[in-house]
Design a protein around this ligand. Structure first.
Ligand SMILES: NC(=O)c1ccc[n+]([C@@H]2O[C@H](COP(=O)([O-])OP(=O)(O)OC[C@H]3O[C@@H](n4cnc5c(N)ncnc54)[C@H](OP(=O)(O)O)[C@@H]3O)[C@@H](O)[C@H]2O)c1
Length: 431
């Protein structure tokens, strides 16, 4: 007979695992008073048992052998907070197949294998919960799968990488260059030594893939998500955007219409009075637009030991509450008829274009001609900083809604004009 306790095997005792172990041990009484059941830490898997750790765990609880968790019939739930794809994914599959509930914070595994793992969980009649995989302490996944379930979700868009948001905030307010702001983020421990996953939008694409599946019950593999990083942004982009009434934010956006989904991660201009424009520093925010709820905004700490621990323990509480057969596990079933995933070429958006041009008459007319030929209508043009020595000027153009493919083709043609030194930046404007 399973005990009334929920016995937990914890895989990983790093930043998040250490937080989870500490809360289960220190807050164990308080949690069991609230839910009428104890969540009991039973075993902890690590790589190096000699490593000094902030979380105090009794020595006999630590193991380097995953089987001590996976094959222990008394362990009913496994928390995976190791990271990486392997062996994490292998252990998750083994735990589910052994009939254990699973909680994971692993966005990469959930983005790449989430639908299969959820199906496996259902086959074995166990829960697979992953609130911590997106947005740290923000309860976005539970809301998408439960409270907002009655909605037809139209779009999910947000700031889901705290590192890039920190860098962009420093560039906007302290006028730091990208390399300066990145170095500062690394010095403060917000960015890793190799920042590629964050600054190139890879981490955000994993998270967006998870959100899109929940929002649209439609798989959008990370490799089908269009990505642009933030390293091409320059200080003047922030200045010009501000003068035009916008902030620049790295947004992850997935929207659905007419049986197709489109998903992308890129820096974009956001009106300064929009709530997403006010999300600064390492904070995250996700806006969901649903057919019933309208626009709902979730805001909070997107990473870090405590917020992520909050999400992991919340998932364990949900499992503990539903133990002993109070209904089937929650499931995101994919659509019977898969939706198409639209390429970025089919995006319709407004655009911000920054060009370095010769400071001479007639330049704008040539550019306007190329744009007009492709049905791209100009909303505003501003001539910015001139450089008398080089006889160049910066031209900032905003457009009305146009098709991405047309804008890209037009910019290729524009960059071939003798009077255009370079197309310095092309950003979308989100309304
Ligand atoms: N940190 C955050 O703010 C945050 C936020 C949201 C989600 N997440 C996700 O949470 C997960 C964990 O992140 P973290 O920052 O806590 O990582 P971390 O500090 O690097 O900790 C990883 C832990 O897993 C253990 N481990 C790794 N590979 C192992 C293996 N093959 N066998 C046994 N143990 C292994 C390590 O053992 P040793 O200690 O012995 O090396 C370590 O204790 C990742 O999926 C991450 O994306 C993290």
């Amino acid at each position: 007979m399973p005990s009334q306790d929920l016995n937990v095997g914890l895989m990983g005792l790093g930043v998040v695992g250490g937080g989870v172990a500490a809360v289960l041990q220190e807050q164990g009484d308080a949690i069991s008073r609230k839910i009428g059941r104890r969540i009991q830490l039973k075993k902890v898997l690590v790589r190096d048992p000699r490593r000094p750790r902030s979380a105090q765990v009794p020595e006999g609880m630590i193991t380097t052998n995953p089987e001590e968790i996976l094959a222990d019939p008394e362990i009913q739930a496994v928390v995976e907070v190791m990271g990486g794809t392997n062996p994490a994914a292998r252990y998750l599959r083994a735990a589910l197949a052994a009939g254990k509930h699973v909680v994971t914070a692993n966005k990469e595994v959930m983005a790449k294998e989430g639908p299969e793992l959820l199906a496996l969980a259902q086959r074995h009649n166990v829960h697979l919960l992953f609130e911590a995989s997106v947005g740290g302490g923000i309860p976005i996944i539970g809301c998408l799968t439960n409270q907002l379930l009655a909605n037809e979700v139209r779009s999910v868009r947000g700031i889901i990488n705290g590192t890039t948001n920190y860098i962009l905030t420093r560039m906007a307010y302290q006028h730091a260059s990208f390399p300066q702001a990145l170095k500062e983020a690394q010095d403060r421990g917000y960015a890793e030594a190799d920042p590629t996953n964050d600054v190139e939008g890879i981490d955000a694409a994993y998270k967006l893939s998870v959100l899109a599946y929940l929002a649209f019950q439609q798989r959008v593999p990370p490799e089908n998500i269009y990505r642009e990083g933030i390293s091409r942004l320059e200080v003047q982009d922030f200045r010009y955007a501000q003068e035009l009434g916008y902030a620049i934010k790295s947004l992850a956006i997935a929207n659905a219409a007419d049986g197709a989904v489109q998903a992308r991660v890129y820096p974009a201009l956001v009106p300064v009075d929009h709530m997403l424009a006010k999300v600064d520093g390492v904070y995250n925010a996700v806006e969901v637009e649903g057919s019933l709820c309208g626009r709902v905004l979730f805001h909070g700490m997107g990473a870090g030991r405590e917020p992520t621990t909050s999400a992991v323990v919340g998932d364990l509480v949900e499992i503990a509450r539903r133990m002993n057969g109070s209904g089937p596990p929650p499931l995101v079933a994919p659509r019977e008829q898969a939706w198409a995933v639209k390429p970025i070429d089919d995006l319709y958006s407004r655009y911000y274009l920054r060009l370095n041009v010769s400071d001479q008459p007639g330049v704008l007319a040539q550019i306007a001609h190329i744009l007009g030929d492709r049905q791209i209508s100009i909303a505003a043009v501003v001539q910015k900083d001139t450089n008398p020595a080089e006889q160049t000027a910066e031209l900032v153009i905003t457009t009305h809604t146009a098709r991405e493919a047309s804008v890209q083709q037009a910019m290729k043609q524009v960059s071939d004009l003798g009077v255009v030194r370079q197309v310095s930046n092309l950003l979308r404007i989100e309304e």
